[in-house]
Design a protein around this ligand. Structure first.
Ligand code: FUL
Length: 685
């Protein structure tokens, strides 16, 4: 038993600790970001600009044989890009300085396929110069996408190309001031000599760091930041900034799911970057002017990227003038305004916070630090703590539907599981969300809630939890646009968010509150265009646009002969015309009977959602009037970039053709033994 003096001494010690507690800061946990990676992550949103010969040829992947003169912007103004990026709250711009066609937007002495070989500005133009200067003038960081795959350079596929590519890097990275990010696309296809290149990544990285020591290098495996595993701008709900890269490399990275989520105990800090285009394609096409993502879609992407511990790289392609198009620019400004409205005020301000544990009882680690704007002040728990609760109490009820958490990543990513509960009127805690990782920033959408208290429970962490930010926000900016579906008989059904009504048009005009109200399914079997918006009194959604060709009521899948049943979801009994959800063997052609002859202007192929079951990458297409004599329309043609961006691809015919049967024969399905068919349909207009 301790004597009284010992007891007094111990008590005095405790008093002393409480009065001027000096608990040491938590030890960093595991692999850490470099200060450069922390600064990069804090940029949150950058603008991607795809621009080059593809802009003028309406393609996604140029083949490198295009004439340099096709690149002919009529009014290039990179200051316009920078002004818009700035207005949108972007911190940097990354330009496709060289895409797979090999064409360089700057006079690269290592290439014969550049702006210098074009007639544009008498061969004296230089987009990198203009953009780097514009970025400096507007206080933005400047980055470059330089594709190692080069479909133009004759040396591609030989050792010599590695020299050419290093000289290309030297020219781009050594001439235009600071470059904050070097974007290495992983695509590795064949060159003009039909050969694939063995890339010398070690040399490429050395070259980048020699010229730009502060640059963050993007690729499937970093080393600066990683691809998030899709081109839809969506990180995993679980998203670690750490990744295991052993056995992988740029262009041959871990599985997409792994890229999407990272590895909890990954050996390197390689945070996710979520890239997505504001349009269906990466390059500008006038035909996609009415397919710019809606504000609601952009916000959704924001929550799924920035709100899930990733950086958002949002592509807005420059058009043939060399300017960011008006529709896209307006959308960016709306996006910024929406974010400013939603995040204008932290509704947790003024909350009293009770923490189940505060590190060493030391005020420097108090939970109140969660509500200041200081990045470097944080709440931390004692070293032994892995589970903790933070209860936020408000004097008056608060209404919110977004909960934001931030971990102090300079000390590593720690939290593995957490829950959010709110207090209901009867005094019960009700679970609003149960999630896994936090990371630099986590925004959890929850149902709109009015409450006087919220409890955050950390159920698991790899080391004592350390949070530097907490916020509550209300997003009431958008109403989801109506969703439309047309079945094979031509019956169109529209659904809208609960409580909202739908107004629509089918004559090409933009719908308003006085357009016809949707009361029930509409039937239209011919080609048609539907535009609809949801209205709930206060708010209206963006306009959803749908376009359908002839309804496939009479279409039947008739081949491959004798393979009935092999094609899951397809049948040739005429009862189930081809609509959605079929998976075919990679060797299986698809033959469609339209039931009668139609005059077609083209057809389209759409893989299954998210490319499930593989995609048709290369194909032959033939058509027939009678099912006996066939005419080839395409041979070995490619659906560009379909694996990374598995959306609809149309095949326009050179001239209208009278057709009853279409045959799509797979030539290549990537490495997949099957290919998915979301839809195979025709165009008559
Ligand atoms: C992909 C490329 O193949 C696309 O064309 C686009 O540039 C995208 C950002 O990266 O891998």
């Amino acid at each position: 038993m301790k004597n009284i003096r010992q007891r007094l001494a111990a008590f005095g010690g405790i008093l002393l600790l409480a009065a001027c507690a000096t608990a040491p800061a938590p030890e960093p946990y595991g692999v850490l970001p470099t200060p450069g990676q922390v600064a990069w992550q804090r940029m949150e949103m950058n603008l991607f600009v795809h621009f080059g010969p593809n802009t003028f040829t309406d393609s996604e992947w140029g083949d490198g044989r295009e004439d340099a003169d096709v690149f002919a912007p009529t009014a290039l103004d990179c200051r316009q890009w920078a002004a818009i990026a700035r207005m949108a709250g972007m911190k940097g711009i990354i330009l496709t300085a060289k895409h797979h066609d090999g064409f360089c937007l700057w006079p690269n002495p290592a290439s014969r396929h550049t702006v210098a070989q074009s007639a544009w500005r008498g061969g004296k133009g230089d987009v990198l110069r203009e953009l780097s200067e514009a970025c400096r003038a507007y206080g933005l960081k400047f980055g470059v996408y330089i594709s190692p795959w080069d479909r133009n350079d004759p040396s591609y596929g030989t050792d010599g190309y590695n020299d050419v590519f290093c000289r290309t890097l030297e020219s781009a990275l050594g001439s235009y001031g600071e470059v904050f990010e070097q974007w290495f696309d992983g695509a590795c296809g064949e060159g003009p000599n039909g050969k694939r290149q063995v890339y010398d990544w070690t040399r490429y990285h050395e070259t980048v760091y020699r010229l730009q020591p502060g640059a963050v290098i993007f690729s499937d495996t970093g080393p600066g930041c990683r691809w998030i595993g899709n081109e839809a701008g969506r990180a995993g709900r679980t998203c670690w900034s750490r990744l295991d890269t052993a056995g992988f490399g740029p262009g041959a990275g871990p599985a997409r799911d792994t890229l999407n989520r990272g590895n909890m105990r990954g050996a390197a800090w390689i945070p996710g970057e979520a890239d997505v285009s504001i349009r269906p394609g990466w390059f500008y096409r006038a035909s996609e002017d009415d397919r710019v993502k809606s504000l609601a879609e952009l916000l959704d992407i924001y929550y799924a990227s920035v709100g899930r511990n990733a950086l958002l790289l949002l592509n807005v392609p420059a058009d043939r003038r060399g300017l960011l198009p008006a529709v896209d620019s307006v959308r960016l400004v709306e996006f910024r305004a929406a974010l400013d409205t939603i995040f204008a005020r932290n509704l947790a301000e003024g909350a009293r916070i009770e923490a189940s544990n505060t590190r060493g009882g030391d005020r420097r680690y108090a939970a109140q630090n969660l509500l200041d704007d200081d990045f470097d002040s944080y709440w931390a728990a004692d070293d032994t703590v892995r589970c903790a609760t933070l209860t936020f109490r408000f004097d008056a009820p608060r209404t919110f539907n977004r909960v934001q958490l931030q971990e102090y990543i300079p000390l590593g990513q720690r939290i593995t599981r957490f829950r959010i509960e709110t207090l209901d009127a009867a005094g019960n805690w009700c679970e609003a969300a149960r999630e896994t990782t936090v990371g630099y920033k986590r925004i959890v959408p929850i149902a709109r809630t009015t409450t006087t208290a919220l409890r955050l429970t950390i159920d698991g962490a790899l080391a004592c939890p350390v949070l530097n930010g907490f916020g509550l926000y209300l997003d009431e900016v958008t109403l989801d646009a109506p969703l439309a579906e047309r079945d094979k008989q031509g019956r169109i059904t529209l659904t809208a968010p609960a409580g909202a009504e739908v107004r629509y048009t089918m004559d090409g005009t933009v719908p308003t509150a006085s357009s016809p109200r949707y009361e029930g399914p509409i039937t239209e079997t011919g080609p048609c265009r539907l535009q609809a918006l949801a209205i709930d009194g206060k708010r209206s959604s963006s306009v959803a646009r749908y376009e359908w060709d002839i309804a496939p009521a009479a279409f039947r899948v008739v081949a491959p002969a004798g393979a009935e049943g092999a094609a899951d979801g397809l049948s040739d009994d005429g009862a189930e015309p081809l609509t959605r959800g079929a998976l075919l063997d990679a060797a299986q052609p698809l033959v469609l009977d339209l039931g009668s002859v139609h005059r077609l202007t083209g057809c389209f192929y759409e893989p299954l959602a998210e490319g499930r079951g593989g995609c048709l990458v290369r194909y032959d297409l033939s058509v027939s009037r009678d099912g006996r004599s066939w005419t080839g329309v395409r041979s070995g043609a490619m659906f560009d970039n379909i694996i990374n961006s598995p959306g609809r691809r149309t095949v326009p015919f050179d001239a209208p053709l009278d057709v009853r049967y279409l045959r799509l024969t797979p030539v290549e399905t990537g490495s997949s033994p099957t290919y998915g068919v979301g839809e195979f349909g025709v165009l008559t207009r």
